[in-house]
Design a protein. Structure first.
Ligand SMILES: [Fe+2]
Length: 363
């Protein structure tokens, strides 16, 4: 999930405002907040934000709409996306809940507070012609356009411009990620390059089996999790260096994974290997780990890191024994946690992990 701190007082055109962005799990949103009236989705084609021109409101907006009676948030966004963009069977990423203070309007005569879910969706850029053909709601959405083409030239709903920022370029594209890995492997050649590719392949296979994970994003995160090794042979330093390397390029999610992949219990002492960075840098990592809320992508790369050798995917116990033989130890709680992660994703997929991954070794 993409996390942002709340930005109070974001003004809407009619005086309505965003009160806060709430980082509540999707399954709890309807239980804990009321009324949750709508679900919206920020759509990206490749790396570009897509908007629709609303014929009645005469402005460009993001997609989605009001919940129908009895609908879950996900059912609502699935229906709206099919109506407005003709897209079916796509992987939505739940971002969080937005708390609005709404001005009186045609629909409600009073000022009132309400909530809406926000999702992100990335499809490849070459799907635009297919979208144009399949979308049925042309009555309301007159035409589509990329935000970077119309910015400053056409009217875009102010609030939606803010919401776009909540689903921004936090991971690079697959092509960029491949280039970054290739360049890094050129600087510090080693089996870690093949290991990274295998983590990426495994992550993509697992994500394909999970409704709420984006396989392309999982693949990119796998490719880049060890990118800190571009700076030379290192241990804990690769985590620190990888995190900062990706963060400086604006890839916040990928940076987080470069950090969290080594700490499946979310504490610095989890690290198996030499602590080859200064005390100051260790403290920085400690406080980062304390402030991060891990999501399924963190768990996924942690698991895949514990499955992938340069030669291919192996059972998690074999990979942990491999680490143990190189470093002389492997903490029991870290071992147990990896087995827990295996079970976690097996439950999520409803399938045996090794059956899913057998295809990775064939590819
Ligand atoms: Fe790794």
């Amino acid at each position: 999930m993409i996390l942002k701190t709340s930005q109070n007082g974001q003004e809407l055109e009619n005086g309505s405002e965003i009160l806060e962005f709430i980082d509540v799990p999707e399954e709890d949103a309807l239980k804990l907040y009321s009324p949750v009236t709508n679900a919206l989705v920020v759509v990206k084609c490749g790396s570009r934000h897509l908007l629709g021109f609303n014929k009645w409101r005469r402005r460009f907006e993001i997609f989605g709409g009001c919940r129908e009676e009895g609908e879950t948030l996900r059912e609502c966004i699935v229906r709206e996306t099919e109506e407005e963009l003709g897209l079916k069977d796509v992987a939505f990423e739940y971002i969080g809940l937005v708390h609005y203070n709404m001005a009186p309007s045609y629909f409600s005569k009073e000022w009132h507070e309400e909530y809406g879910a926000l999702y992100g969706l990335t499809v490849s850029e070459d799907r635009l012609p297919e979208i144009e053909k399949a979308r049925t709601d042309k009555e309301e959405i007159e035409r589509l356009a990329f935000y970077d083409d119309i910015k400053g030239k056409e009217v875009v709903a102010q609030i939606d411009e803010y919401l776009l920022g909540l689903y921004d370029d936090v991971v690079p594209t697959i092509d960029v990620a491949k280039e970054l890995l290739k360049e890094a492997a050129g600087l510090n050649p080693g089996p870690w390059e093949r290991h990274s590719e295998n983590v990426a392949l495994a992550a993509r296979m697992i994500a394909k089996e999970c409704d709420d994970l984006n396989p392309d994003k999982a693949y990119v995160l796998g490719l880049l999790h060890d990118i800190g090794r571009r700076f030379g042979v290192s241990f804990l330093a690769h985590v620190y260096d990888g995190y900062h390397f990706l963060l400086e390029r604006g890839y916040k999610d990928a940076a987080r994974i470069a950090l969290t992949h080594s700490f499946n219990l979310c504490k610095l002492e989890d690290y198996v290997g030499k602590f080859d960075i200064s005390e100051e840098k260790q403290d920085e990592l400690r406080s980062l780990l304390a402030s991060i809320k891990l999501d399924d992508y963190d768990y996924l790369i942690q698991l895949c890191d514990a499955l992938a050798l340069p030669e291919g995917i192996v059972p998690v116990e074999q990979r942990m024994n491999d680490v143990k033989s190189r470093h002389g130890y492997y903490p029991q709680d870290k071992w147990d946690r990896n087995l827990f992660l295996k079970e976690y994703f097996e439950n999520k997929m409803g399938k045996d992990l090794y059956e899913v991954l057998m295809q990775t070794n064939k590819n």
